[in-house]
Structures are given as structure tokens and as C-alpha cells.
Design a protein around this ligand. Structure first.
Ligand SMILES: Cc1cc2nc3c(=O)[nH]c(=O)nc-3n(C[C@H](O)[C@H](O)[C@H](O)COP(=O)(O)OP(=O)(O)OC[C@H]3O[C@@H](n4cnc5c(N)ncnc54)[C@H](O)[C@@H]3O)c2cc1C
Length: 386
């Protein structure tokens, strides 16, 4: 197994030791049952890994995004899927950056202690898609409460979270100066909301990613659950997205190494025409090619993470890291499947599962075209296309 040493060996080793308790069979079974990996998530929480980014004063370990990204990478590199838990890392960041002292004191120690989960963030809507400023879900202040109406789609981990960050319009689009104004973010306590104005309907999908349609029908939220200033929610969400993209880039890197490890092992073992298939350049070159792409994407991921931790501008790097890593992991997945030949299709080798899982990241949380558009406009100064 290819394994370069870096300054995160202690974290890597800790996560690997934990992951060893969860075999390939465990993740395969969870996938087959379309279940949530409860036992695995509990173990991660108990070991404190999901509190990595919570400051020590609130009971966490106060590590930065770079270290957090290593945790996510290792989960995927061990054959798991950090998609079950990554929400906690970046949603907590939104609360940390934009929440009031009272909100931080109320939630963060409980999240750090594993008593509360903040795994969900609700932005996407069925009729607006990527055009977020056109969201139709509204929150209106009434008798000291916010009343929410509307619909969201593809909202993940709702049934395995206690808290959810919700983006809703608080001033109609027609009344704002800039379309990105007039939206706000709220903390929704899912334990109170579900069945009391919030209806949750699961969406069966290609990957075992617990994701749902949400219907808000006069859901009431306490006034104090507004996070940050009213009308600035879009800005707060965007700030959190750089962390999300960097963490997902790290997961793709983990997937990529996993695919390369599996491809190399199989190419060394499988004998056809009286020699290991890996002896053929037609088999080994595509594996080498995919590996090179992962190594290159990994540099951009660390650049993005370190800039984020140093509080430097990192929008371009976070987007480019996510783009490069998602592309590299997908290439590695494809090469691995090809190396395995027919056996790659058999569920017992886990290639097809990881193949499906890593494909998601070219679409979510932001699609490849939207990254091109970000780089074209914000980095290269080309005209805005939409
Ligand atoms: C498994 C899963 C989990 C998810 N979890 C969450 C979650 O927890 N919370 C949440 O809020 N959302 C979540 N999402 C939603 C995800 O962020 C969106 O699917 C994604 O941002 C793309 O939006 P869309 O599906 O509406 O695509 P659309 O916006 O409808 O776009 C469709 C295609 O058209 C392309 N396109 C659109 N406009 C342009 C343009 N102007 N130029 C070029 N190309 C364009 C896009 O790149 C895309 O390929 C999840 C999605 C999935 C599949």
C-alpha cells in the first residue's frame, strides 16, 4: 500500500485503528440495506473525531480544517464513506463563525460531547437548483417566532441529525437591492420540527446517502434561532462552502488512494496469459496515470486547507481542489474497475460500491460546471455567464 508519511501520522493512525474495527463486510452490508452506519458514527463521535474543529473552550479538540480533512480522507481511504458524517464538520463551522455566543454555548459543548448531531444543511430546492438566490422557501416573523413555508430537496442525514441549518428567504427577491441579500439562516431543531410543520420524505438514490425531500408547512422556529444577522444568510452559507469543498476534496483523495491500492494489489495477483496482468503496460499505465492525478489534486487540497486555517482567501483553491480531487477519484475508480475486469462488478470486492460513492462528488455539493464558472469569473475575470 502506498503511504507517504506526513505530519498528521498520529491522526491518520488513530482513525485507521478505529476503522479497522469496521470491515469491508460491515460497509457492504450497510450499503445493501441502505442503512445508516450508526455503530461506525457512534464510534467516531465517542473517539472525539467529529469534534475536531470545535474549539477547546467548548469541549472540542480545536484542530483546524487541515487536520479535519485528514480525518475525512482516512475514513474513505479505509473503505468507509465519510459522507455519513462530514456535515457535522462544516455545519458546526457555520455555527462557530456566524452564531451568537448564546448559540455557541447552547449547542457546541453538547455537539462536542456527542449528545447532539448537526449533520444537516438545507439549501437546495427542487425548482431553483443551483440558482440559489431564487429559493422560494420563506421565513416570516410572526408573534416572536419565524414561520417557515416551502420545500427543499436532496437534504442529507436529516433522519440521523438533531439539528439542521436552514437557508430561507426573509425579504422577497423583488424588495432587495442585490439578489444575494434578504436570505437568512436558522437553526432548526429537528427533534421538535419533524411532524410539527416539517415533513421528511426519503429519496432512494444511486448511493447509500441518506437524503430527503423536505416540506415546510407553517413550521415555527423560535426567534432566537436566527443565526447571525437577518438578510446575510447567503454570505454565511458561502463562507461555510469553502470548508465543505476542501473536506470533500480530501474524501475524494482518500477514495483515490483506496482505488489505487486495490488496483495495484489485484494487478499483481491476477494471472492471465501466464503473467500478472499488472505486467502489461496497458494495465499498469492507466493506474500510474490515475495515481499521478491524485497526487497533484492532493497538493491543491492541502493548499486550500492551509489557506483556510490561516484565514486567507481560499475560494479559488477550495473549488479547484474539489474539482481536481473529484475528477482524480473518478478516474481512479474507473481504472480500478477496468483492472478488476468482470470481478469489479461483483459486490463482494467493494469496487462497484466505492465507484458509485465517488461519482457523487462531480455533482454535489457543487457541480463541475459551476466550478468552471467560478474560476472563469472570479479568478480569470471573464464576464459573468448567469
Ligand atoms: C446524494 C446527494 C446529496 C445531497 N445533499 C445535499 C444537502 O445535504 N443539502 C443541500 O442543500 N443539497 C444537497 N444536495 C444537492 C446538490 O448540492 C445539488 O444536486 C447540486 O448542487 C446540483 O444542483 P441540481 O441538482 O439542482 O442541479 P441543476 O442546478 O438543476 O443543474 C443540473 C446540471 O446543469 C448544469 N448547469 C446548471 N446551470 C448551469 C449553467 N448556468 N452553466 C453550465 N451548467 C449549468 C449543472 O452543472 C448540472 O450538471 C445533494 C445532492 C445529492 C445528489
Amino acid at each position: 500500500m502506498y503511504m507517504e508519511q506526513d505530519e498528521f501520522e498520529e491522526i491518520r493512525d488513530g482513525v485507521r485503528q478505529l476503522c479497522k474495527q469496521f470491515s469491508d463486510e460491515y460497509f457492504r452490508e450497510i450499503d445493501a440495506k441502505e442503512a445508516y452506519p450508526e455503530r461506525f458514527v457512534d464510534a467516531l463521535i465517542e473517539a472525539g473525531w467529529l469534534a475536531a474543529m470545535i474549539p477547546e473552550e467548548y469541549g472540542g479538540t480545536g484542530l483546524g480544517l487541515t487536520a479535519a480533512s485528514v480525518i475525512m480522507e482516512e475514513i474513505n481511504r479505509c473503505g468507509g464513506n465519510a459522507g455519513a458524517v462530514h456535515g457535522q464538520m462544516y455545519n458546526m463551522g457555520t455555527l462557530l463563525r456566524s452564531g451568537s455566543t448564546a448559540q455557541k454555548e447552547k449547542y457546541l459543548p453538547q455537539i462536542a460531547a456527542g449528545k447532539l448531531r448537526i449533520q444537516s444543511m438545507a439549501v437546495t430546492e427542487p425548482t431553483t437548483g443551483t440558482d440559489t438566490t431564487k429559493i422560494k422557501t420563506t421565513a416570516v416573523k410572526k408573534d416572536g417566532r419565524w414561520v417557515v413555508n416551502g420545500q427543499k430537496v436532496w437534504i442529507s442525514r436529516v433522519q440521523h441529525s438533531d439539528l439542521m441549518i436552514l437557508l430561507a428567504r426573509t425579504t422577497p427577491l423583488s424588495e432587495v437591492r442585490k439578489k444575494s441579500e434578504g436570505m437568512s439562516i436558522f437553526m432548526v431543531d429537528l427533534r421538535d420540527a419533524i411532524g410539527n410543520g416539517l415533513d421528511v420524505r426519503p429519496i432512494p438514490n444511486l448511493v447509500n446517502h441518506e437524503t430527503n425531500e423536505l416540506f415546510f408547512d407553517n413550521l415555527e422556529i423560535p426567534e432566537e434561532n436566527l443565526i447571525g444577522e437577518e438578510g446575510k444568510g447567503f454570505k454565511y452559507i458561502l463562507e461555510g462552502l469553502n470548508a465543505e469543498r476542501t473536506l470533500i476534496a480530501a474524501e475524494c483523495i482518500g477514495d483515490g488512494y483506496w482505488f489505487i491500492d486495490r488496483a495495484c494489489s489485484y494487478a499483481n495477483e491476477r494471472v492471465v496469459f501466464d503473467r500478472p496482468i499488472g505486467q502489461n503496460q496497458g494495465v499498469q499505465f492507466p493506474i500510474a496515470d490515475a495515481f499521478i492525478e491524485i497526487e497533484a489534486a492532493n497538493l491543491m487540497r492541502f493548499d486550500a486547507a492551509r489557506r483556510f486555517d490561516a484565514r486567507q482567501a481560499c475560494g479559488a483553491q477550495a473549488n479547484m481542489a474539489k474539482y481536481l480531487a473529484a475528477k482524480a477519484s473518478w478516474e481512479a475508480a474507473n481504472v480500478c474497475l477496468q483492472t478488476y475486469g468482470g470481478f469489479g462488478f461483483a459486490k463482494e470486492y467493494d469496487i462497484e460500491r466505492k465507484f458509485r460513492e465517488t461519482r457523487l462528488y462531480q455533482v454535489a455539493p457543487i457541480s463541475t460546471n459551476l466550478i468552471y464558472s467560478y474560476v472563469a469569473e472570479h479568478v480569470l475575470g471573464l464576464p459573468r455567464s448567469f
